[in-house]
Design a protein around this ligand. Structure first.
Ligand code: SF4
Length: 321
């Protein structure tokens, strides 16, 4: 049984204000997504900004409410759980954000922020064990127990992200949704944080749903990957396989923009024409057809569904397979 199982998940936001607002109009942010994450597995979720990956990550944790579909965590359907029961389950799944400032109170010391997470779930019996646990958590992310008396602004971006991870780890989650956790960091610091996430995955059996626009990072960290375009999953497979031999034209375009060191492995750059269409009014047929370099007549009318094209590989394209 997967640790996380998402079935037919859709998220729509009603348009109540602005130029496009009209009764019944909505943004289709996520459409009919199926997804699984096994215990201890890292699954990447990639796509350009606005493809729905962050909304999907938040819907999995019910930080935004799904419009349709179910989310099962360890076999339990959490989609319909009342708020109190959901709060109790939240210990099991945490989120790490791109900007750790958003989860750290600038007026609280690092120790207070981490301690708050311990207190909410009553995970420590007394003050001494609370202090010891905070020190242990800071050590586990490569910081020192003495850092607990400092404030977030006293740390570098990479260190702040480590504090965000320590805070998430405080409640001993089984799954962490990481939303672009390294995209605001310098490349060398990115590598350190990714290595830390890998170590934590190995040592604690953690599972990740890792949201990123960067396929190179996903290939390094994740075992499987889902590629999203305009709210839909267009390709799923083993992360290395997808990056080595992409099957969907959109994945091919994304990968062609990733720099590679080996000249023999260099791919021709595929430059996509046009902008990502609006999720308020997605194109008919294949949502990618206005930008697809190999589209055929059928693509303008028929929506391709995900179908199996190889072991563990699903692609939503009329020409795949
Ligand atoms: Fe391109 Fe057509 Fe495949 Fe869509 S279905 S990705 S438009 S070839």
């Amino acid at each position: 049984m997967p640790l996380l199982e998402v079935q037919n998940l859709s998220v729509r936001f009603a348009l109540k204000q602005g130029f496009f607002a009209r009764p019944g109009r909505s943004v289709k942010a996520v459409q009919e997504v199926d997804l699984t994450v096994d215990a201890g597995e890292a699954v990447g979720l990639v796509g350009e900004s606005g493809c729905g990956k962050t909304t999907l990550g938040r819907a999995v944790l019910r930080l935004v409410e799904p419009t349709e579909g179910t989310v099962r965590f360890d076999g339990e359907d959490i989609t319909a759980l009342p708020p109190k029961a959901l709060r109790a389950r939240r210990r099991m799944f945490q989120m790490v954000f791109q900007d750790p400032f958003s989860s750290l109170d600038p007026r609280s010391t690092v120790g207070e922020s981490i301690g708050e997470a311990l207190d909410i779930h009553r995970l420590v019996a007394d003050r001494a064990s609370r202090t010891a646990r905070i020190g242990e958590l800071l050590r586990s992310v490569g910081l020192a127990p003495e850092h607990s008396d400092r404030y977030p602004h006293e740390f570098s971006g990479g260190q702040r992200q480590r504090i965000g991870i320590a805070r998430a780890l405080a409640v001993e989650p089984r799954l962490i949704v990481c939303d672009e956790p390294v995209s605001a960091l310098d490349v060398s610091v990115q590598a350190q944080v990714i290595n830390l996430l890998q170590d934590l995955q190995r040592d604690r059996g953690l599972a990740y749903l890792f949201i990123s626009h960067d396929l190179a990072v996903v290939e390094h960290l994740c075992q499987r990957v889902l590629v999203m375009y305009l709210g839909r999953v267009v390709e799923v497979g083993d992360a290395r396989e997808v990056c080595r031999a992409p099957r969907h034209p959109y994945t091919k375009a994304l990968l062609s923009a990733v720099p590679v060191m080996d000249p023999a492995a260099k791919r021709a750059r595929i430059v996509l024409g046009g902008d990502v269409p609006s999720p308020i009014d997605p194109p008919p047929g294949c949502p990618f057809h206005p930008r697809c370099p190999v589209a055929v007549a059928r693509c303008r009318t028929d929506l391709p569904v995900l179908r199996r094209v190889g072991p563990g590989r699903d692609v939503a394209c009329h020409l795949a397979g």
